[in-house]
Design a protein around this ligand. Structure first.
Ligand code: NAI
Ligand SMILES: C[C@@H](CO)CCC[C@@H](C)[C@H]1CC[C@H]2[C@@H]3[C@H](O)CC4=CC(=O)CC[C@]4(C)[C@H]3CC[C@]12C
Length: 440
């Protein structure tokens, strides 16, 4: 049984801590030095502008090696590091946690902070690394500050991922924007210097005009205009993180931040994939094409997203001047396909078939159905939560080409996908099969 106790660090704290443990290790190769680079700036229609008082991004920090904190020396003998992963029990967060345990040799303590702690944390009980599970809420500044205190690196992946209208826009803003602000302020107050933020491709697009983004990179010009609360919140939060780069933290050294922008993540734990599978099973093994095969939607395997987080976090120290204040799309070798055709890479081997070489319904009818769903959601809200997958926003995202092709992360911090497409596919298929066989 885990020992549960109250955290005493830094004042009032309601976060609950569960101590557990895990292990082990390998080291990746490094790539070439790269250039600086731009970060996309989104515009959120109908949302408040960010406080601009801190001015433009501060990307140039000097060589970090000259200003090492205790415990940050780059050698096998170095003091072990304390990592904090917010949202560490989510779909991506769990993979980040497991990846850190497997592939961060300097890991001394891993703090997993989440509103809902997963029972799988129990498995991490054996091994050389101390794992501390902290039940807490990123919107509670004091809980975040207590969790951050004493951490060397924070990977902030907690977020409210809702494009279906389950949560209110205010709640999405509170968790994604204020939660991120709390993480940044906690780093500043407690002297934590390295912050990796999980942003999203949605910060860039697809935009409200449905413009295609075809094999774009971090410097591709694109009109990033959002209306939906989720991409708005991610864009605002990303901006906060990037603008915080270079701020002086407690102890006088500069904060180093970067943001990673995954495209649509898939892999073990992907609930929407599991939902499509179950829906197909209910329909006798059939799914019906709604989106033209020619509309490409960028996807990335969760293990590679986790790996990119681990590498970025590790390299922020050595490459602060290059990486600080930068954004990186998360990409891998997953093929460019439509959302539905891509899902069939996994659902096909699980016995489902996608009916139709072309969409079975005309687009105008889908638009009508999506609008009807939105209306029903609004009408029924006082009585029941009606949140189907299809709404005007999800239709627009699924029906707009958005694909990424970039090597910026490779050039800046040596990222190469850890999992090949074949591995990613096989792992996902096995998970879908297992997940689908549980309760219908
Ligand atoms: N799923 C996707 O395709 C993509 C996700 N992202 C980003 O990746 C991050 C992780 O997303 P997923 O793993 O897909 O979502 P998820 O919902 O599985 O995980 C989010 C985690 O954050 C936790 N959380 C939510 N609100 C919290 C709060 N107030 N305090 C503490 N913890 C809280 C949740 O309990 C959950 O464990 C998010 O920031 C999301 O915006 C970015 C691009 C694509
Ligand atoms: C029209 C339907 C016919 O089958 C298909 C509807 C699919 C949608 C539910 C998904 C299509 C694209 C997805 C989003 C995309 O992958 C980008 C995302 C990034 C994030 O940061 C969060 C998740 C998401 C918005 C993702 C959500 C589900 C889709 C809209």
């Amino acid at each position: 049984m885990p020992v549960e106790h109250r955290v005493a660090a830094r004042g009032r704290l309601r976060a609950r801590v569960v101590g557990v443990v895990a292990g082990r290790v390998s080291v990746p190769g490094m790539g070439q030095e790269g250039e600086g680079g731009a970060s996309g700036r989104g515009r959120c229609v109908g949302w408040p502008a960010l406080d601009e008082r801190r001015g433009p991004l501060q990307a140039s920090l000097g060589t970090l090696g000259q200003r090492l904190q205790p415990g940050m020396a780059d050698s096998a003998q170095a003091q072990k590091l304390v990592y904090l992963v917010t949202g560490g029990c989510g779909f991506l967060g769990e993979h980040v946690v497991r990846m850190l345990l497997q592939r961060e040799p300097r890991l001394g303590e891993l703090r997993v902070f989440d509103r809902h702690l997963g029972p799988w944390l129990e498995e991490l009980k054996t091994g050389p690394v101390r794992v501390t599970a902290i039940q807490g809420d990123v919107t509670e500044a004091h809980e975040v500050a207590a969790a951050v205190a004493g951490a060397h690196v924070v990977i902030h992946t907690a977020g409210l991922v809702d494009v279906f209208g389950r949560a209110s826009p205010e709640t999405i803003h509170e968790v994604n924007v204020q939660g991120t602000r709390n993480v940044i302020e906690a780093c500043v107050q407690t002297g934590t210097r390295f912050l990796v933020y999980t942003s999203s491709m949605e910060v860039v697009g697809p935009n409200t005009k449905g413009h295609p983004f075809y094999r774009g990179n971090e410097d591709t010009l694109y009109e990033a205009v959002h209306r939906h609360p989720y991409p708005c919140s991610k864009a605002l939060a990303e901006r906060l993180v990037l603008e915080a780069n270079g701020r002086e933290v407690h102890g006088g050294l500069p904060l180093v931040t970067c943001a990673l922008r995954p495209t649509g993540i898939y892999g073990e734990g992907h609930q929407i994939m599991r939902d499509f599978y179950r829906q197909g099973l209910r329909l006798g093994g059939w799914l019906f094409r709604a989106i033209p095969a020619s509309v490409e939607h960028g996807r990335v395997y969760v293990g590679n997203v986790a790996w990119m987080h681990v590498l970025a976090a590790r390299e922020l120290e050595r490459r602060a001047a290059l990486m600080g204040g930068q954004v990186y799309f998360c990409y891998d070798g997953s093929p460019y396909k439509s959302y539905e055709d891509f899902n069939m890479e996994f659902l096909g081997p699980c016995g489902l078939q996608l009916v139709g070489a072309r969409p079975l319904l005309p687009y105008w009818l889908l638009v009508f159905l999506a609008a009807l769903n939105a209306l029903l959601q609004w009408l029924l809200r006082p009585l029941v939560l009606y949140a189907p997958l299809l709404n005007p926003y999800t239709l627009a995202v699924a029906n707009t080409t958005f694909t990424v092709s970039t090597d910026k992360a490779q050039r800046h911090f040596g990222y190469e996908p850890l999992f090949s497409w074949e591995d990613s596919r096989t792992r996902t298929i096995l998970w879908v099969q297992a997940a689908g066989s549980f309760a219908q």
